[in-house]
Ligand binder design. Sequence first.
Ligand SMILES: Cc1ncc(C[n+]2csc(CCOP(=O)(O)OP(=O)(O)O)c2C)c(N)n1
Length: 312
Amino acid sequence: MFSEISRRVRAADYLTVAELFLKDNFLLKTPLSFSDVKPRLLGHWGTCHGINLAYANLRAVYKFRDFQFILGPGHGFPALNANLFLDGELEKVDKNATRNLSGIEYLCKNFSWPSGFPSHASPLTPGVVVEGGELGYALGAAYGASLGRPERTVAVLLGDGELETASTLASMNLNKLISGEKNGKVLPILALNGYKISGPTVYGRKSEREMNELLRGFGFTPLVFDGENPERFQYILEKAESLEKPFLVMKVEKGFGCPAELNGNKLSGNYLAHQIPLPLAKSDETQLKLLEAWLKSYNFDELYSDGKGFDL
Ligand SMILES: Cc1ncc(C[n+]2csc(CCOP(=O)(O)OP(=O)(O)O)c2C)c(N)n1
């Protein structure tokens, strides 16, 4: 099970990076060149690995159950789109999004492109109830989605910057107003990556103990997932099942997977990974090489081949 989930995360991470950067050579059949890179790089990488990690693990547990996933950081849309593509959900509403090379090309070329996919989640996104461009409403929407659906679990992924918004903080009290037999269960998952656009988050600077006390004060039972041990995610989700008001703190490095540094500045694990970590990949040889190594690090050829399709 764990290796299946990690393959799925690798595939989603690869497609996410490809959406952000590539306009050609999607399977890296030849050395990456400037002409393979989009002319205008626009989007957000920093939150995406966390989305892919949470999505793959939730999917493994809840695939055949009454389940809803709500994404707070809608700027992580390329990750959400990669998952909807891999699940075949995108193809149901867009016949071009086939699960093959032509679909991969379509997904990537049209990300953040006029008349294509927007850079953020939008009403065009299958299943979306919160578009997430304005942070703050996901947790409240999750409680709304649980109303009158006692069989349902609603998992809601929140950013730690998002948890600084007034609306999210106010929604932290909803577990006292909405609970019991008539409504479903809400599972908030905080992607604690420590950074927002240009600096650290308040919660990223709290100790684990202080964070847990804060969550208990709001009425939740905190569970902590430490990104160092990915195989523990399933175990923690099972534990959450047995709790009435769980709150999962998912510690994940901001931008995990992108190059460690650029020009002496830390990229992965820093706010510099929030949007496009290699902004000059179209014109700077060093950044192009870093991008190629980053894409190759996922060994996508083990996960997809032209002949066999996806092996996930
Ligand atoms: C209400 C609101 N304020 C500001 C922004 C601008 N903004 C976009 S992304 C972002 C940082 C979000 O940080 P976090 O919630 O921690 O998400 P992540 O680090 O996972 O990207 C901000 C402030 C916004 N989208 N909505």
